[in-house]
Design a protein around this ligand. Structure first.
Ligand SMILES: [Fe+2]
Ligand SMILES: [Fe+2]
Length: 171
């Protein structure tokens, strides 16, 4: 798999989880609360992998440094900070969801979905096309291999958690 295909696959997995989260807010309160908690649990390994994968992909050491590249890096690091903040929000939401009113929790989940989707769209529309111009061709192969490996690890971890969540739902 090449680098952009791996990134696209990762976004597809993310979007599936966000759809699950969107569906969970439409349920009645006790089912919704449970399902929101479960989906947040599933989101963690994907968020972690997202950060790790993008640290490898956007490593300045493998990109051509030039004036045009500076603007690109600013966008990358801004997006990186945003996703880091969202990760913290997911953590907080999971920790304090019982204390929050149902309306507030639903609003928080919908806001999270909106912000994450915005992040992915921006990456796909702006960062990925630019990335191809700056990546050194000599580094493409090794980066591709490393990110594919990270994606596999994430899928494995997600699979384990998914089984756990489905087991909880069945019991
Ligand atoms: Fe990202
Ligand atoms: Fe991404």
């Amino acid at each position: 798999m090449n680098i952009l295909e791996t990134l696209a696959e990762e976004h597809r997995i993310f979007r599936r989880l966000l759809e699950r989260l969107a569906k969970s807010v439409t349920l009645e309160e006790s089912a919704a609360r449970k399902e929101i908690q479960n989906t947040l649990l599933l989101l963690f390994p994907v968020l972690d992998a997202h950060e790790k994968i993008e640290t490898i992909v956007f490593d300045p050491a493998h990109l051509d440094q030039g004036a045009k590249c500076q603007g690109f890096f600013q966008k990358v690091s801004h997006q990186h900070e945003q996703i880091h903040k969202l990760r913290k929000e997911v953590l907080d939401m999971r920790g304090n969801s019982r204390k929050r009113s149902f309306e507030d929790l639903k609003m928080g989940a919908l806001e999270l979905i909106g912000l994450l989707n915005y992040h992915f769209e921006l990456e796909e529309r702006e960062l990925w096309p630019e990335y191809s111009q700056f990546l050194r061709s000599t580094a493409a192969h090794s980066i591709g291999r490393r990110v594919t490996q990270k994606l596999k690890e994430m899928e494995l971890e997600l699979g384990k958690r998914w089984e756990l969540v489905e087991g909880l739902l069945a019991s």
